[in-house]
Write a protein that binds this ligand. Structure first.
Ligand SMILES: *Cc1c(COP(=O)(O)O)cnc(C)c1O
Length: 385
């Protein structure tokens, strides 16, 4: 998984479908990122931020009791143990540091459940930047605690009242707002979506997950490389970062989507938020609303590189229902003492289903990225238990 071809193309996906002023802003971000990523000074500063503020490297934990029940050897890459509780901090620290390097004084971001908004507000506070987070009015009402956290961290939260008043509309609004302020403001996109260079840049900032896991697997696994590498897919950033560490191996790559947000498994070619990729659409080509119990998987599309990996057959994309995910979350809590984010529970639900169905041969090794912790989902789970 290297650099995209010209204009940010992954196969027939990707690109930079944006108004002219944003195309120019994206070009500047791409140039600054390419330069920064080749600069050992930038890399060193980011590695230090990740170590001192985000708690990296995260452990690779063997899930011993659950493995015994499933008849496979399951290892968990513990992004739930990072500061702010999910992998999102990896990307946000990278982009915030890039914004400082570019002389920007302010970050804007979109957020759905508020996880990316909280991570952005955190990085902004740490690096002395202002932060404005666009959030759908409906999500603001559903995610009171994260709205408070963002405000506590000094960020401004702007309610978006158009459309379905959720993530898709918040993203559109953030892009619209960026048009007028590109000179002093960096748009911190939260996943491997949006116009070039975001799908590529966000994957590079998340590949720390895969690179660490690769080295940890080499030390911990008898075979060195796991048979299966599994991660949940919303926009696809934790999965892209994980896959990047194993792209050159024989490991099978599996992306697990929510049944109601299966952009890679069931989407059709379209353009949204500046990017050509696979999106859930109705017969008229209108992008439809995604539905998932896991707010981070509630996105109607998937990043362009995943669409391409699917076409190539290098990765496959499967779906899991809300009920299966909740069951997997409870099972992990009771066998390993870990309450996962409902997003991450989707990845585990597939592992459980595949092991039970005999699809994973006895004794095979599975690396699964546990993208986040479940604290944010407690009120959802409380109503179900
Ligand atoms: C946001 C989020 C996701 C989904 O985003 P990706 O870009 O697909 O990784 C998954 N897990 C958690 C815990 C999240 O917060």
């Amino acid at each position: 998984m290297g650099e995209p071809r010209a204009l940010g193309r992954f196969g027939e996906y990707g690109g930079r479908y944006a108004p002219e002023s944003l195309v120019e802003a994206c070009r500047e971000v791409a140039e600054a990122f390419r330069e920064a990523w080749a600069d050992p000074g930038f890399r060193g500063t980011l590695a230090e931020l990740l170590a001192l503020h985000a708690g990296r490297p995260t452990p690779l934990t063997p899930a011993r009791r659950l493995s015994g029940e499933l008849g496979v050897r399951l290892y968990l890459k513990r992004e739930d143990l990072t500061h702010t509780g999910s992998h999102k901090i990896n990307n946000v620290l990278g982009q915030a540091l890039l914004a400082v390097r570019m002389g920007r004084r302010r970050l804007i971001a979109e957020t759905g459940a508020g996880q990316h908004g909280v991570a952005t507000a955190t990085a902004a506070a740490l690096l002395g930047l202002e932060a404005t987070v666009f959030m759908g009015q409906r999500d603001i009402e559903r995610q009171e605690l994260n709205v408070f956290r963002m405000r506590m961290l000094g960020a401004e939260v702007v309610p978006v009242t158009t459309g379905s008043r959720t993530l898709k509309d918040a993203t559109s609004e953030a892009m619209r707002h960026w048009v007028g302020v590109t000179g002093d403001t960096h748009y911190c996109v939260g996943s491997v979506v949006g116009p070039d260079p975001y799908p590529w840049m966000v994957r590079e900032f998340q590949r720390v997950i895969g690179d660490e896991a690769r080295a940890q697997c080499a030390a911990a696994l008898p075979t060195g490389v796991p048979d299966q590498v599994v991660a949940c897919v919303g926009g696809g950033s934790n999965a892209a970062g994980t896959f990047a560490g194993f792209a050159d191996t024989q490991a099978r790559l599996v992306g697990v989507e929510a049944e109601g947000g299966a952009g890679a498994a069931r989407g059709r070619l379209g353009v949204l938020h500046g990017c050509r990729s696979l999106f859930l659409q109705d017969d008229d080509g209108q992008i439809t609303q995604a539905h998932s119990i896991a707010p981070g998987l509630d996105y109607p599309g998937v990043g362009p590189e995943h669409a391409h990996l699917r076409d190539l057959g290098r990765a496959r994309y499967v779906t899991v229902t809300d009920d299966e995910a909740v069951g997997a979350a409870i099972r992990l809590a009771r066998t390993e003492g870990i309450v996962p984010a409902l997003e991450s529970a989707h990845a585990l639900a597939w592992v459980i289903r595949a092991a039970d169905a005999g699809e994973l041969p006895a004794g095979s090794t599975v690396l699964m990225t546990l993208s986040g912790r479940g604290d944010k989902d407690i009120s959802t789970l409380k109503e179900l238990l």
